[in-house]
Design a protein around this ligand. Structure first.
Ligand code: MG
Length: 284
């Protein structure tokens, strides 16, 4: 976008901002693909992330072409709970995003670099409203069982997450953690093998509002699959979620939300097709 003079007419597709979650919304690990067709009919996949020398995340080639088009015609804003370092491993099709939201809203990247002023604002709000990260980590250490705890991590000194063995994780553990964390200003989300504990003011939607303000976008479309995407989906004019993930498992609905039946990497393709259609000027 940024060299062309900015126009604000609704008919200008550039006035549309598309904020999408990445993992299990647009990109999928091998374990999350959920391909339900015979191998001979499986779509060709494009690998967009390599981790420790091995392919990790994919989208279909059709999804890749749709994303390329979307990134050329809208303000496309990758919006993820990943840290900046984890985000930088992903190489999405299309031109580089001018803005990206990382660390669940704790970081706004502008042309790939963190915006320090935004980070300061977010840190201040968390310090005012939430129990300290160390208290949450201590609680996690005391209650998590090494029998199922695989990794215990802090993301950019903002929030904590655990990698767990889901087969051995007791059914009530996440619920109990949520009940403990809620009154302390923290929220809990279970996504695949990861359990996130995130300060409540650390949201994708707060960062989205800031990016929307900066770009002057007049219409916002969003997509996401997990509890940490709920506020993002509500903040948009229209939003989509796949048929898998925390929100689908809960049957979560909203008036502006389209709940798609597709699951796995096929859902990523449908989401991109829906976003492309909704962003087209004649739909404005
Ligand atoms: Mg996700």
């Amino acid at each position: 976008m940024n060299t062309a003079p900015h126009r604000t007419q609704d008919s200008d597709p550039r006035s549309v901002l598309v904020a999408s979650d990445l993992d299990r919304t647009l990109i999928y690990s091998a374990a999350a693909l959920a391909l339900d067709v015979p191998d001979a009919e499986a779509p060709r996949l494009l690998c967009v992330e390599v981790y420790q020398g091995k392919p990790l995340s994919y989208l279909t080639e059709t999804a890749a072409a749709l994303l390329d088009g979307l990134a050329r015609t809208t303000h496309f804003v990758p919006t993820t709970t990943r840290t900046v370092e984890q985000y930088r491993r992903i190489h999405l099709p299309g031109p580089a995003a001018r803005h990206a939201i990382c660390s669940n809203g704790g970081q706004i990247l502008v042309n790939g670099e963190p915006d320090e002023e935004w980070r300061r604002q977010v840190t201040g709000r968390i310090a005012d409203e939430c129990a300290p990260l160390e208290e949450v980590r201590a609680h996690l250490r005391h209650t998590a069982d090494p029998a199922w705890l695989l990794k215990d991590r802090v993301a950019e000194n903002l929030f904590a997450y655990l990698v767990v063995d889901r087969a051995l994780l007791p059914g009530t553990w996440v619920k109990d953690l949520s009940a403990w964390a809620g009154p302390r200003g923290w929220t809990v989300s279970l996504q695949g093998r990861k359990i996130y504990a995130v300060p409540k003011p650390l949201t994708k939607s707060a960062a989205l509002r800031e990016v929307t303000r900066r770009t002057g976008a007049t219409r916002v479309l969003a997509a996401g699959d997990s509890l940490l995407d709920a506020d993002l989906l509500l903040a948009a004019d229209r939003s989509w979620r796949p048929g898998h993930g925390e929100l689908a498992d809960e049957g979560w609905q909203a008036p502006n939300l389209t709940a798609l039946p597709e699951r796995g990497v096929a859902a990523g393709e449908t989401i991109l097709r829906s976003l492309t259609r909704a962003a087209a000027p004649d739909r404005a």
